[in-house]
Design a protein. Sequence first.
Length: 258
Amino acid sequence: MTEKLHKEPKTKDKDQSPIIEIKDLHKTFGKDNTILKGLTLVLNKDENLVVLGKSGSGKSVTIKCIVGLIEPDEGEIKVFGENVLNISKNELNAIRVRIGFLFQSGALYDSMSVRENLAFTLSKHKRDLSADEIEKEVMEALESVGLAEAVDKMPSELSGGMRKRIGLARTLILKPEIILYDEPTTGLDTITSREISELILDIKNKQKTSSIIITHDMACAKLTADRIIVLKDGIIHAEGTYEELEKDEDEWVRSFFQ
């Protein structure tokens, strides 16, 4: 059954505060390109929340607002109970370290080896680690995505699926509590897409992460989602499980599942 916008977003437990809580978020670019029109959503602890929507519906803008890459025009964003729109730069950076962000491209530094990509990220945020400790963390992160053997390769030597895995390892090396996935399977073949989706689910189960997953890949959505929201015209149009939304009375919602 569809959950319409006027209803309160679902939480797992009334006594448990959401790990991310967005209220009445608005964002317009230029004079009249309004993307978010009062978006309200929650991410619960230990939950994979999949966000669906047509291009321009505000999916990527929303997660970029969460980490401060885009500043909304109005609204409230609470992460770990802190309103990230009203805190200092240092306080925001402290929260960002607890959030992993996997970009569509993987966003690896092409001039660095896989080892150097991961070590650079770690040393930038944890300056007190020794070289041996950094090496240990790098190898553990690579092992978690099944690519320890790629440690000395350059990004140009990696397939698209391997780049996604290395990008995920670089995200995991800081042991984030929240992971934001922006189209994690885009550009990958069916088999590799499923491997990435299974890895997302494995990470959630083993590391107890809470995640927002933006995707057009319905196979990824079906495999990874605890809950799905569908954005339309800058707000939540529908909410439910994969099975609920697949049978929704709204033909536009069902169109995503066909």
